[in-house]
Design a protein around this ligand. Sequence first.
Ligand SMILES: Cc1cc2nc3c(=O)[nH]c(=O)nc-3n(C[C@H](O)[C@H](O)[C@H](O)COP(=O)(O)OP(=O)(O)OC[C@H]3O[C@@H](n4cnc5c(N)ncnc54)[C@H](O)[C@@H]3O)c2cc1C
Length: 459
Amino acid sequence: MKNFDAIVIGAGQAGPPLAARMVEAGMQVALVERDLLGGTCVNYGCMPTKALVASARTAHVVRQAAHWGMVPNGPVQVDMPAVKARASKVSKDARDNLERWLGGMEGLTLIRGHARLEDAHTVRVGTEALTAPRIILNVGARTLVPPTLPGLDRVQYLTSSSILELEEVPDHLLIIGGSYIGLEFAQMYRRFGAQVTIVERSPRLLPREDADISEAIQDILEAEGIEILTGAACIGVAPHPEGIALHLDGQTGEPAAIGSHLLVAAGRRPNTDGLGLDSAGVATDSRGYITVDDKLATNVPGIWALGDCNGRGAFTHTSYNDFEILAANLLDNENRRLHQRIPAYALYIDPPLGRAGMTEAQAHEAGHKLLVSKRPMSRVGRAIEKGETQGFMKVIADAETQQILGAAILGVEGDEAIHGLLDAMSAGNPYPVLRWAVPVHPTVSELIPTLLLGLKPEK
Ligand SMILES: Cc1cc2nc3c(=O)[nH]c(=O)nc-3n(C[C@H](O)[C@H](O)[C@H](O)COP(=O)(O)OP(=O)(O)OC[C@H]3O[C@@H](n4cnc5c(N)ncnc54)[C@H](O)[C@@H]3O)c2cc1C
């Protein structure tokens, strides 16, 4: 039995910085990781995929070179092993840095292996039993493979992790799931040269976004030749002499498409199975996410859950913010709460979608009287100069309080420009404050005051 002041399970986005803060405060901390340091973001998520998105964009830009008055030397050739090697190096460099940082930390014991709770204070890793009065769960999530999808057990399929190992461009990539992960891979592989078909159960892509966003994204992807099949209530797959058949009505009739490869991107599930939550009495919801309160505490005193596994965020920055909240409360005598976080994220298709706060539909549901303003990117100087005018910006505000409730920037630099609005929302500023900002020209952000000036009651 080894005793610690705290045990952190999972070296993803919240575990390592929290372990470091606790060590700094003089605690003896055990950090347990069963796979690669850095978790999903560094090894299987944001970092490798955004590196691949950058390569895919380069291929696209070179193909479209004439649009900017350039004449390339010849047709674009995608060197997939080199593309993959670049993405792998981005991940490896980040992982190595983490390895060095954590390896040299006095007071931290890094333990490799699968951790399992034995009771509210005891964790087993292989033959070792560790105890601590504080246990922090940062175990993340993985691809959800729909258990009842007809035919999936009879074909080979890729997940968002295994597709990173591909060193060839598929002839035809079928993608089950028209949400964030599926769409990023769809555009990326289309730009690498694959034929791509996305199939989505809901009547439109990204069903949680407003319909105008979904429609604009569908237009962007279809303009690049991606086939999109929505409203597919009964998706099925089956082996086919030429690869994998995709059916929209189970496994019968003529296939809607025949692909060489299949990517399953139909959601994520928490890594809470096999964690011994029952032995410690830690409660989960029906999908296995660990139930936490506004301060990230589970129902068992002394156990907290951070990051994707608590179902309160599914992003690197939300996991990191969970660390910030818990560190502030445990170590800095603050009173930080989860509900203070404004939801924000980006979808890294090209052009990207930057999002902050509520959608228009959510604001309606919450009973707000709304002001809305929209502006196409074709009326944004920076976008015109760059020759990239797809998409639009949109902001919604409460008509009575003048608070900005939500925003979307689907367009060039949208992932960056959204922060102008997100920062104003975080500061609690009513929108007229931003009218008097003097933004830099020419930027996408410079249109934010103009966008706000255009806020009008909904028709
Ligand atoms: C393809 C893809 C693209 C993405 N792109 C973005 C993006 O652009 N921006 C963004 O913000 N987010 C993105 N995400 C989401 C982001 O990667 C995750 O939200 C983030 O990594 C979650 O961090 P975490 O700390 O909660 O968990 P993780 O990073 O998943 O870390 C959990 C760790 O716990 C370990 N673990 C699990 N169980 C045990 C156990 N029993 N014992 C020991 N160790 C255990 C795991 O091995 C893992 O290392 C993407 C995800 C994917 C899949």
